[in-house]
Design a protein. Structure first.
Length: 114
């Protein structure tokens, strides 16, 4: 489960953008649906992600935060000793929607497909 308590506390403050981006960067990559947003690779590279706040709105029960995520993928070879395929990282980008419950700070994360 994803919890974003610092983001929730920072809502409607000047620090919101910075807090949200920092908190998302600390999440385990496996918790984010990045694999569904890949366009070039076959596996997510274990590298730091970039987070860009696009927009945020508030409803009665939640915050909906849309963010651009910059990450890397790789095309996995056979991992044989004589495999000539270089392990090059590919630049990837996708947009995610974080639906953050205002009472618990638990967030549901969905890929935005436009």
């Amino acid at each position: 489960m994803i919890r974003l308590p610092e983001t929730l506390c920072a809502w409607q403050t000047p620090a919101f953008k910075t807090v949200f981006e920092r908190e998302v960067k600390t999440l385990e990559l496996a918790l984010l649906p990045l694999v569904h947003g890949m366009s070039q690779g076959s596996h997510i590279a274990a590298a730091e992600i970039g987070v860009m706040l696009i927009g945020a709105t508030e409803s009665q029960s939640s915050l909906e935060v849309r963010a651009g995520i910059f990450f890397s993928s790789v095309i996995a070879g056979c991992s044989c000793a004589d495999d000539p395929t270089p392990v090059d990282e590919n630049a990837e980008y996708c947009e995610l929607l974080f639906d953050i419950d205002k009472s618990s700070a638990f967030a549901e994360v969905m890929l935005v497909e436009d």
